[in-house]
Design a protein around this ligand. Structure first.
Ligand code: PMP
Length: 783
């Protein structure tokens, strides 16, 4: 497993979109790529020549790590001429692109937990770069009315004792907004007394329009000069993105820190590219001005075209080569059945409909916008504007807006908690006293339910658990004269305690501390009810089977097996046949009497992973109307690596939620919704116990003798099942709801299953070799 910090970050969305556009082009689709962040001009001839000369001169070995002196001198000269900045060569470090300087800088400055202020919309790399240094990016929104600039008051409000730095991108990618000198001075005033660095990313400094006067943050005066580290490079100004040369200029102490890191990462920037960059900085500068004039013309053209689109507004940028139009008024509109809900949906629509690649604003922390780059030929811009205008014109207000207001609770804790079995009565009493004192009476929920024959009371301060509890189990009288057989405390908000479960069997008390996940409560309640049922019986004629069961003509079949044995698939394949009725998807409480095993479903609803929507098309619309838990509504919460790898996400395409994105997502589905009330039964006579395995070699069906069946059940392993699929963990009787597997309890299980296997036939079924049809055949032929 890769590290958590890397799991949390995403690959650069701009690079991903460009790659997609390139792939479409390779398929012969005429896509215009407005997602790229690089000038379309060739690198000037004199610069290329300098690179070629470096190769001829054999300047192809390691250089000093910080960059060759002549280049650092040329950089100091350029900074002085262009921006009036005085730096000594030792205050400069040359690296493999400005990105690399930025990465080293953030690593050099930021310790774990320290904050870096990042104004949004931000360049995609900033938050990820901070996260990789284990710092915390504090995102501060800016407003379009303010030119997307950070206002001094907002800066002031976001500074905390943990603030280490602020990243100021001037002019900005993605908005093109740029700070005038007085605006920078106002920001400098705020941080004057503060111990914070300013990461001044000025990579677009030379690309400004309409005679805008660019000012470097480091040019604000000698007293402020210790704060900024200027980042710049040749990528944008000289059309040299592929050469990978950038630099940082700042206080020697910081540059030394970066230098240490660089000596261990890239050693030095490419020697040949350094020579070329030297020519860029030292040579004639008129190519830059030609490029700026051309960019300004293109910017004006695109702004003019976009201004004519009803519902679209676009800020007029002073710099860089991006436009950042606001497309919010198109959200919730549709064309050809495709509805657009967010900037990802808009990007997808424009790619498919207009064959124009743009970047969704959400990637920059501003979902109402999209970013398009005008660093492409005028011909391309004309064509793409035509196409964008036409595609947007096709978007119409959705006729019947069927909004699914998903009833979805997102829990803080996502995994079921382990349950400790307590032997000590004093420990139980102390724990109960602690829970009672936390519960108080305000915001306390108390409700009795019936699970099998047991009355169980929940005492909780978690509204979500109370809600699911009421929905899932049948109510039992809650008057003072009804004493519950068991009590469960589920208490949240206890400081200093890890999420955990406890169980004290003699007093039938369950405790859940600081966990709001319904799976934990449900599991504990079922375990408790199983104990109560087994103990009140004593003779082994009552117990529970963990599995998915169906009824056919009053006879029950239950599928039992660990994950990876296609239990759910078979369950739904059987249910697709109208002869089969749904009984339970998890646990059957069984009483054996008179040669029959009467199995009860003890829940009103099926608490079902929503990933099942992939198996049966009926489910998704039913989940839409069910109470749900932890259904993914934000892409960041998605765990589906398959979709991520394929870069195919329905949330990107405008879906408001995704049922398959997380394993812990559940719905409480009414079984009667599957095929009507007649197709759901609460009781069946169990006749078949199907133990599942899944492998390539075993026979599809193997009839088990009673002893063989008992041995397999006791081991709790699917014979022949792949360990990787079962998680490698055997579970006695395949039942995770068993609370505390003491020898006595396992004996009791054995006695129960021993009796169950008289009226019930047990078959070992290989789901790797056969499907539901084979099961049906087994039932009908009785073989
Ligand atoms: N900063 C900003 C704001 C950028 O947009 C980019 C390039 N997209 C960079 C830095 C990195 O440039 P380089 O090619 O020098 O790594």
């Amino acid at each position: 497993m890769i590290s958590e910090k890397v799991q949390r970050i995403g690959a650069s969305p701009t690079l991903k979109i460009s790659a997609k556009a390139k792939a479409m082009k390779a398929e012969g689709i005429d896509v215009i790529d407005l997602s790229v962040g690089e000038p379309d001009f060739p690198t000037p001839e004199n610069i290329k020549e300098a690179g070629i000369k470096a190769i001829r001169d054999n300047f192809t070995k390691y250089t000093v790590s910080d960059g060759i002196l002549s280049l650092r001198q040329a950089i100091t000269k350029r900074l002085k001429e262009d921006h009036g900045l005085e730096y000594a060569p030792k205050q400069i470090i040359v690296s493999a692109g400005a990105k690399s300087s930025l990465f080293h800088l953030v690593q050099a400055l930021v310790d774990e937990g320290e904050e870096v202020i990042v104004p949004a919309p931000y360049w995609v790399t900033y938050p990820e770069c901070v996260a990789l240094a284990k710092g915390k990016a504090v995102i501060v929104r800016t407003r379009e009315e303010d030119g997307f600039l950070l206002m001094p008051e907002a800066l002031k409000a976001s500074i905390s004792p943990a603030t280490k730095a602020i990243i100021l991108n001037n002019p900005s990618n993605p908005t093109g907004g740029a700070y005038a000198k007085d605006q920078l001075l106002a920001l400098a005033e705020v941080i004057k007394g503060e111990d914070v660095y300013v990461i001044a990313d000025e990579i677009y400094a030379s690309l400004v329009y309409d005679n805008f006067k660019f000012t470097s943050f480091a040019a604000l005066g000698e007293d402020i000069k210790k704060k900024p580290i200027v980042i710049n490079g040749v990528s944008k100004s000289y059309s040299m993105t592929g050469w990978r040369i950038g630099f940082a200029a700042g206080p020697a102490e910081v540059i030394d820190g970066m230098s240490k890191i660089q000596s261990h990462t890239t050693s030095n920037a490419c020697s040949i590219a350094q020579k070329a960059a030297l020519e860029a900085y030292d040579g004639p500068q008129y190519e830059v001005q030609k490029m700026v004039a051309e960019f300004q013309r293109r910017r004006n053209y695109c702004l003019m075209r976009l201004a004519a689109v009803p519902g679209l507004s676009c800020f007029k940028p002073q710099g860089a080569f991006y436009l950042f139009p606001n497309v919010k008024s198109f959200y919730d509109k549709e064309a050809n059945g495709a509805k657009i809900r967010n900037s990802y949906g808009m990007a997808y629509y424009l790619l498919k409909e207009a064959r124009v690649a743009i970047v969704p604003g959400d990637a920059f922390g501003a979902d109402d916008y999209i970013r398009l780059s005008y660093a492409t030929s005028m011909t391309n811009l004309e064509k793409s504007m035509d196409r964008i205008v036409e595609a947007l014109g096709k978007l119409k207000t959705a006729k019947k807006v069927k909004r699914v207001a998903l009833s979805n609770a997102v829990t803080r804790v996502k995994k079921t908690v382990p349950v400790d079995v307590m032997a000590d009565a004093r420990m139980r009493d102390a724990l109960v006293a602690e829970m009672e004192s936390h519960l108080g009476y305000e915001g306390r929920y108390e409700w009795n339910v019936r699970i099998g024959g047991a009355v169980i009371q929940l005492r909780t301060n978690i509204a979500h658990l109370n809600d699911f509890w009421l929905e899932n189990f049948a109510p039992a009288p809650g008057e003072a004269d009804v004493k519950p057989h068991g009590v469960i405390y589920a208490v949240d908000g206890i400081a200093g305690r890890e999420p955990r479960g406890f169980y004290h069997e003699p007093t039938r008390t369950g405790v859940l501390v600081n966990t709001d996940l319904y799976a934990s409560l449900r599991g504990l309640a079922i375990g408790l009810a199983m104990d109560i049922a087994a103990r009140s019986d004593g003779a082994g004629s009552a117990g529970a089977v963990r599995g998915m069961s169906v009824d056919v003509d009053g006879n029950g079949l239950i599928l039992v097996g660990p994950p990876g044995t296609k239990k759910t698939e078979l369950f739904f394949e059987l249910l697709a046949d109208p002869r089969f009725k749904v009984h339970t998807n998890d646990i059957a409480f069984v009483e054996i009497a008179g040669g029959r095993a009467a199995a009860d479903c003890v829940e009103r609803k099926l608490y079902m992973p929503t990933t099942a929507a992939e198996l049966d098309r009926r489910l998704a619309p039913l989940f839409d109307r069910s109470k749900c838990e932890n259904v993914v509504i934000h892409k960041e919460s998605c765990q589906d690596l398959e979709c991520q790898r394929a870069d195919d996400c329905r949330l990107d395409r405008g879906s408001a939620y995704c049922y398959k994105a997380a394993k812990e997502a559940h719905a409480l589905l009414d079984p009667a919704w599957l095929g009507g009330p007649a197709a759901a039964v609460k009781r069946t006579n169990l006749r078949w116990l199907i133990l599942l395995r899944n492998d390539a070699t075993s026979p599809a069906v193997l009839e088990l003798s009673k002893d063989e069946a008992l041995r397999t059940l006791e081991a709790g392993e699917a014979a022949g099942a792949k360990k990787a699929l079962t998680g490698g963990k055997p579970q006695p009787y395949y039942n995770p709801h068993l609370l505390g597997a003491t020898p006595e309890k396992l004996e009791a299980q054995k006695a129960f299953f021993g009796r169950l296997l008289d009226p019930v036939r047990c078959v070992l079924f290989n789901s790797g070799a056969a499907g539901a049809d084979k099961l049906k055949e087994l039932i009908s032929t009785g073989r």
